[in-house]
Design a protein around this ligand. Structure first.
Ligand SMILES: NC(=O)c1ccc[n+]([C@@H]2O[C@H](COP(=O)([O-])OP(=O)(O)OC[C@H]3O[C@@H](n4cnc5c(N)ncnc54)[C@H](O)[C@@H]3O)[C@@H](O)[C@H]2O)c1
Length: 362
């Protein structure tokens, strides 16, 4: 146990819009956490937990012995096991991170909560809305925290975008249009919608200050029976429209989001090392005269600037914030309810895809 006094993350400054705790608490002990899943993403979670003073990552479970061997070489002090029940039974673990494929999230997160552990669970939260609702209810009843790994919400770029929406820089939003395409990595258990779209859906859930009303999705499956291309449109009140293009069959990698507002428009290119966000003072103004032929269209084309974007690793900030939420007993902004909102959009998109673009109201 680490008994030194650790600084608390300044949640208000780091995450505008997040619930701000009233008390200035301090942490005297690092929290103990175990991790289930050490495939592609698990090593990132373990690395960050290991580096943070506020966490003491002591146990790791993976059903593949080879994965445990890899982890053991990097972190010799870890208790390693192929049976997740060993983590559930541990009286010292206060939290469990579930970093396994989507279809296992419900069973593992439920078992962790039932055994009195707080849960950090990968995106997407669950495979169905019903499972998400059940986990939220269970966590409430047990007074435990759920944090869903919506990593991008903790990136400097998304926090900056949220700031530009909140402080009115962009004005009222017209649209959110994101493209997340590359060649592979094909998942054998889920479609591109459940693999890649959770990122964009969690981001738009965070930055658009309206609740979505309906979803329309089209796409195609070409190789393994799961959709590998999808075009998802999400309708909001006030004419805001969001569009998400996810594709595993693209020859190039693109990670670009356009957001248009009445006052400014922005482009976020996440592949840019610097200047990830560019804000354009561009827009269109229409004034009408007497008749329909008197519409006056004027275009505004002013400055472009690149706001400073914080470079701290998103997952590090997120895991630090998770310990903060537990210690201060405050709900994370990416709690079970946020996870549920994303799963609801995913389910609706899947249903619309099956209906070849049927409108699915939310
Ligand atoms: N937040 C992000 O940016 C991000 C990025 C990639 C993946 N993910 C998410 O992380 C999760 C894992 O994805 P991945 O790409 O690492 O998958 P993966 O298949 O590479 O790794 C999953 C690991 O979990 C282990 N596992 C599965 N079931 C288990 C069980 N019951 N008990 C113990 N171990 C078990 C497997 O042996 C494997 O090593 C998914 O939900 C995915 O969506 C999130």
């Amino acid at each position: 146990m680490n008994t030194q006094e650790l600084p608390i993350v300044d949640v208000a400054a780091a995450f505008p819009g997040a619930p701000v705790p009233a008390l200035a608490a301090t942490v005297s002990d690092a929290l103990q956490i175990g991790v289930i899943g050490y495939g592609y993403w698990g090593p990132n979670v373990v690395r960050n937990l290991h580096a943070l003073e506020r966490w003491n990552v002591t146990a790791l479970c993976d059903r593949e012995a080879a994965a445990l061997k890899r982890a053991g070489r990097t972190y010799p002090g870890l208790t390693l096991t192929t049976d997740f029940h060993d983590l559930l039974r541990s009286p010292t673990l206060e939290a469990i991170a579930v970093v396994t494929p989507v279809w296992t999230h419900f069973e593992l997160a439920k078992a962790a909560l039932e055994n009195g552990k707080h849960v950090f669970v990968e995106k997407p939260f669950t495979s169905t809305v019903q499972q998400a609702e059940e986990l939220i209810e269970l966590a409430d009843r047990k007074n435990l925290k759920i944090m869903v790994d919506h990593t991008f919400l903790f990136s400097g770029a998304v926090r900056k975008i949220r700031e530009l929406v909140d402080d009115g820089t962009l004005g009222s939003l017209y649209y959110f249009d994101s493209t997340r395409v590359n060649l592979g990595l094909f998942q054998h258990d889920v479609s591109v919608v459940w693999d890649l779209a959770p990122h964009d859906l969690s981001i738009l859930d965070y930055v658009i200050p309206e609740k979505p009303e309906a979803v329309v999705a089209t796409g195609g499956r070409h190789l393994n029976g799961h959709a590998d291309i999808a075009f998802i449109t999400i309708y909001f009140p006030q004419s805001i429209v969001a569009h998400v293009n996810v594709n595993w069959l693209s020859p190039v990698k693109v990670r670009t989001t356009l957001i248009g507002g009445t006052e400014k428009m922005l482009v976020w290119n996440d592949l840019e090392p610097d200047e990830k966000i560019k804000v354009y003072d561009k827009g269109v103004q229409i004034t009408s005269g007497q008749g329909i032929y008197d519409l006056l269209v004027s275009y505004r084309s002013g400055d472009v600037w690149a706001p400073k974007v914080e470079q701290t690793e998103a997952l590090k900030l997120e895991l630090e914030y998770f310990s903060d939420c537990i210690v201060r007993d405050t709900p994370p902004l990416n709690d079970g309810a946020a996870g549920l909102r994303v799963v609801r959009l995913l389910e609706a998109a899947e249903e619309s895809l099956k209906g070849r673009g049927a409108i699915v109201p939310l």
